[in-house]
Design a binder for this molecule. Sequence first.
Ligand code: PLP
Length: 432
Amino acid sequence: MRDVWNTESLAALDKAHGWHPFTQMKAWCADDHEPVILVGGEGAVLRDSRGREYLDGNSSIWTNIHGHGHPKITGAICGQLDRVAHVSFLGTTNAPAAELAGRLAGLFPAQALPRVFFSDDGSTAVEAAMKMAIQFWQLSGAPERRRFVSFDQAYHGDTAGAASLGGIGAFHGRFAGHQFPVDRISDPEELDRLPGGEIAAVVIEPLIQGAAGMRVWPKGLLRRLREKCDSIGALLILDEVLTGFGRTGTMFACEQEDVIPDFLCLAKGLTGGYMPLAATLTTERVFSAFLGEFDEQKTFYYGHSYTGNALGCAAALASLDVFREEHVLETLQPKIAAMSRLLAELQSHPCIHDIRQCGFIAGIEVRDRGGEAFPWQARTGGRICEAARKHGLLTRPVLDTIVLMPPLCTSESQLRSAVSAIGLAIEEVCGR
Ligand SMILES: *Cc1c(COP(=O)(O)O)cnc(C)c1O
């Protein structure tokens, strides 16, 4: 039997009591705004309370990997739920967490990243890496290494430490007075003008900056950054919260430039997009600095109540199984090529300024016919995404860049419909 939803009463409750992230709530609560209430999903398709279907064009804010309702992942979560949902990771452990730590470490050659620290979100994965880096240098006799370096327009999350690294004014400017010490650069060479001996770690989103509007880094930049960090003795934190788990065409973005970081931060796609779970992977070198007798006070005092959550870890193990059993990375390659071809057909619209793609992630940037950015107040990207809903595509822009990054299970024909929905929506908002 199909569920029947009372759309009006749910919308009224949400408007009366909810508070949504990154959302101007005045507009959200306005009488003429009808929120989309998602009630179901199967594969790359989501269904709302009125029975309308949409392609999940941004993988439910960049999290979903193998589609919704995947029997393997759902089954793993239900199976774990029958045993136990959550137990403390402080003082005890649990089976899926132990197994997942081993599986994640095993994804890297030669035990390069053998230690896995669990938390809940991308922000906390980054936050944990930052605190580990600071403490690592204190324990290694170099407490003066306390500064971080991040990149212009970076986004590493919203908790205070992670937000310090952020370089997007609209998100981070307001909290500038409450920051970790951070220097911002736009190219690895700029590290030369900073006091190298004071840098704890350099942080980057490898291959592509997501929240900056899907900005793709030049090839080789990541490799150069690793070499620069080595030459000044700074640790390298890779934030693969967005790029991890096949998004860029390889399991991890760092593989494409043969780089092993000192910390690797994973979240969004870790559980296939089913449960909030994050992991910070690190090297034996970092880990061993924290080892000592209890009274040496080297313990890493950081953690969250839901650390190592058994349901999340069970989901993550199942997601890794799906990668192997369904040959996900192999079947993805022709879809990446199809995405490029389809996007190239869009290119002819005069308001499409740039189309950027990295693996199965695309950003379509619109500008006015003179090539100038639309005034941000016009919310052009937002209006295009709203228009795309009528054509069966659900996504969100970054300013005037329309994001297309559906689950990896999306078929070529679903991709074609999604690209055509974007084209129609752009015509509707910007004219033919
Ligand atoms: C989304 C994102 C984060 C933050 O993750 P949350 O789970 O939202 O806290 C950090 N870094 C990158 C690159 C992201 O895309």
